[in-house]
Design a protein around this ligand. Sequence first.
Ligand code: NI
Length: 230
Amino acid sequence: MTTDLTRLVETTRPRFRTATEFVEATLRAAILDGVLAAGAPLRQEELAAAFGVSRMPVREALRQLEATALVEFHPHRGAVVAEISAEDAADISAIRAAIEPQALRLSLPHLEKADFDRAAELIAEMDAEKDFGRMGELNRRLHMTLYARAGRPRLLTLVEQHLAAADRYLRFQFTALGYHPQSQDEHYALLGACRAGELEQACQLLTEHVLYAETRLTAFLRERETTAQD
Ligand code: NI
């Protein structure tokens, strides 16, 4: 782990403005790419030494990663890479299905042609994308583009956190199974309803989009958990 992390530290250091950003982005990539496995301990002193920074930015970076469910703090063990499970995935999806349609409902009446065009570009970019990490980022930006005019910063912060938490699962699933084309059909249908100003239909399609993804993901994770127990 330490050797892999040291290599990452060397390659990513020059790209960041603050120590916290640098540590946060490097750890995020290491967790999403599986360099740091679920359950791996994240000791602040060791990380500070590996990154060549003080403990303050390490602590701050770990808190930010906790907010997107990549890191968990335990009373005695300290910070560890968050475990992944079918239950946790279902929990994240339930929250997404509750708050994203609400954000869309508030935002849609204020969206303009430029917003729809931006969303269309993002979907088209996803069609051409082969990198699953980048795909997750495009998906997040697409969803956030549609919610951006909700005028509720706290709601949008929550939405973004849970989209980011879902990302880890999607990335995991795509890597094992490949990208599911149905998600893209759902994105096109959702954007169509948004452009047409069909508020109820758009919210319905969005709810289904989140729940279909969950069904596929939970089936995959349960199978994986069963296989792991055999
Ligand atoms: Ni999506």
